[in-house]
Write a protein that binds this ligand. Structure first.
Ligand code: C2E
Ligand code: MG
Ligand code: MG
Ligand code: MG
Length: 289
């Protein structure tokens, strides 16, 4: 009977969503999951859009729970931020990603992008941790990109800004993730320690074969150019979206069209999606070559 009760509890547990479950117990489970090897880092290729060549990758966390299977980051990152566990988890991701990326040779100076949470940026150990990880792994700072969100760069976050300024002065690149979904003040953007604007998937999704244009994407690319920043588009699923982004002058991109997040070994094997294949989908937008 005890077995049966356990079985019932397991089924009930599986039916509930992860975040519904009591967060204290969940946090303990998450803390134990790190030494248990249940977290893995997967890598999504980032390509140079005009050539389709892989120029780097974004590290994305996955939690493979022994009973619930794969738990997506949107479900456990907020909890890890709330409890403070994100400090350990974030440091671990950075360590793993930098170590793995050091040996990549699919292109010259491949970049590794790592997502950083606000809690990490406010931790006094963050800058020394990044320096130590770079030194230990031997990854040149110029090959590391830290992805932050607009809300972390607000004027009332001087500690976070100072940390990014310090690392950027040492060669680390800074990207604003999901750009366009927050409330960045344009008057401050040119004074922020930022190199890359990542155009949120929501804008890429608005690109259709009929319209082929998206005013917000035009504006973000123009803004980036004016400020000496580069652009990376997120969530490119269709060739016509890639063609439209190339026509808009967007430099780089990532999405299922080019590759899903997966083991690092796939990065070297991915065949470039040639611009010709992309252009054929949307000839009216293809740049003159
Ligand atoms: P993000 O940084 O904006 O990452 C991009 C998300 O879009 C990833 O979701 C990726 O799998 C997904 N994606 C990429 N291409 C496509 C596409 O073509 N179509 C669609 N529909 N989706 C696409 P994922 O891996 O579930 O991560 C979600 C978010 O969780 C990330 O958004 C990031 O904010 C956060 N996250 C992931 N790993 C970490 C981490 O190590 N640390 C922190 N602090 N946050 C992380
Ligand atoms: Mg990101
Ligand atoms: Mg993003
Ligand atoms: Mg996003």
């Amino acid at each position: 009977r005890a077995d049966n009760a356990l079985q019932q509890a397991k089924i009930a547990g599986r039916a509930r969503t992860f975040v519904d479950v009591h967060s204290g117990a969940q946090n303990r489970e998450m803390v134990d999951a790190l030494p248990a090897g249940e977290f893995v880092v997967v890598y999504q290729p980032i390509v140079d859009l005009p050539t389709g060549a892989v120029i780097g990758a974004e590290a994305l966390l996955r939690w493979t729970h022994p009973e619930r299977g794969s738990i997506p980051p949107v479900e456990f990152i907020p909890l890890a931020e709330e409890s403070g566990f994100i400090l350990d988890l974030g440091r671990w991701v950075l360590q793993v990603a930098c170590q793995e990326a050091r040996d990549w040779d699919f292109t010259e100076n491949p970049r590794i992008s790592v997502n950083v949470s606000g809690r990490q940026l406010h931790d006094p150990n963050f800058v020394p941790d990044v320096r130590r990880i770079l030194a230990d792994t031997g990854l040149p700072p110029t090959r590391l990109v830290l992805e932050v969100t607009e809300s972390m760069l607000e004027a009332d976050a001087p500690v976070a800004l100072a940390a990014l300024e310090t690392l950027r002065a040492e060669g680390v690149r800074i990207a604003i993730d999901d750009f366009g979904t927050g409330y960045s003040s344009l008057s401050r953007l040119d004074r922020l320690p930022v190199d890359i604007l990542k155009i949120d998937r929501a804008f890429v999704t608005t690109l259709t074969p009929d319209t082929g244009v998206a005013p917000v994407i035009t504006a973000i690319v123009a803004l980036a150019n004016a400020l000496g920043m580069s652009t990376v588009a997120e969530g490119i699923e269709e060739p016509f979206q890639a063609a439209a982004l190339i026509a808009h002058g967007c430099g780089a991109g990532q999405g299922w069209l080019y590759g899903r997040p997966g083991p690092a070994a796939q990065l070297a094997e991915l065949a470039a999606v040639p611009p010709a294949a992309v252009a054929a989908e949307c000839p009216q937008l293809a740049p003159a070559r």
